[in-house]
Design a protein around this ligand. Structure first.
Ligand code: HEM
Ligand code: HEM
Length: 145
């Protein structure tokens, strides 16, 4: 059974890689028209797929490594992060895709998407930092100890 924030991040990662690869195809086939989409492609793939999939995997495995589940408030923030992270990346990618056609609007979408995305990442850092700091409550001993 996957926690809703784990499923949310894994599914979001899958959606973003489809978007990222689709933009990649556009750049590969019609570079003259689409090479300006490179940051949209890079972030859909790296922030959308690589990072979001890692957030999902991290939220799933870290509590299992330590035997220390997320607290109720951490779980609430993790679920909020799913929405915040996707909204932030939606703004960024929307901005990078529209910038070549609607320069100012695209720029403002990117300016808005940056702090929203950074805030989402901050939530993960705060929770994962605490999870990696707790002692091992699984009873398992690391090899060699
Ligand atoms: C079928 C899949 C993909 C296609 C067709 C594709 C295509 C491309 C193309 C045409 C470029 C522009 C290269 C240039 O500047 O001339 C590019 C750049 C890039 N791609 Fe992909 N890509 C694919 C998958 C991925 C994936 C899965 C990732 C990351 C996980 C990725 C990360 C990047 C990054 C970071 C850049 C920018 C590199 C730089 O800063 O110069 N791509 N891709
Ligand atoms: C808060 C989150 C992030 C923000 C606001 C952000 C913002 C930016 C901006 C403004 C650029 C320059 C785009 C341009 O050429 O106009 C850029 C480039 C780049 N970023 Fe990020 N970034 C973020 C997270 C990440 C993450 C997590 C990764 C990798 C895991 C990443 C990888 C890259 C790469 C590879 C490029 C070069 C793309 C290219 O070749 O066009 N970024 N980023």
């Amino acid at each position: 059974m996957l926690a809703p924030y784990v499923r949310g991040f894994l599914r979001a990662g899958l959606v973003w890689i489809v978007i990222g690869v689709t933009i990649g195809f556009g750049m590969a086939w019609w570079p003259a028209e689409h090479l300006a989409f490179r940051p949209a492609h890079a972030h859909a793939n790296l922030l959308g797929f690589v990072s979001m999939f890692l957030f999902g995997v991290g939220y799933h495995v870290l509590p299992r490594f330590t035997g220390m589940p997320l607290s109720e408030s951490q779980a609430r923030w993790a679920l909020r992060q799913v929405w915040i992270q996707n909204a932030g990346l939606g703004l960024l990618v929307g901005g990078w895709l529209s910038r070549p056609y609607a320069g100012e609007l695209g720029r403002w979408l990117i300016v808005a998407g940056a702090p929203v995305s950074a805030f989402g990442i901050g939530i993960f850092v705060a929770i994962a930092w605490r999870l990696t700091g707790v002692g091992d409550r699984t009873g398992a001993r690391p090899p060699g100890t």
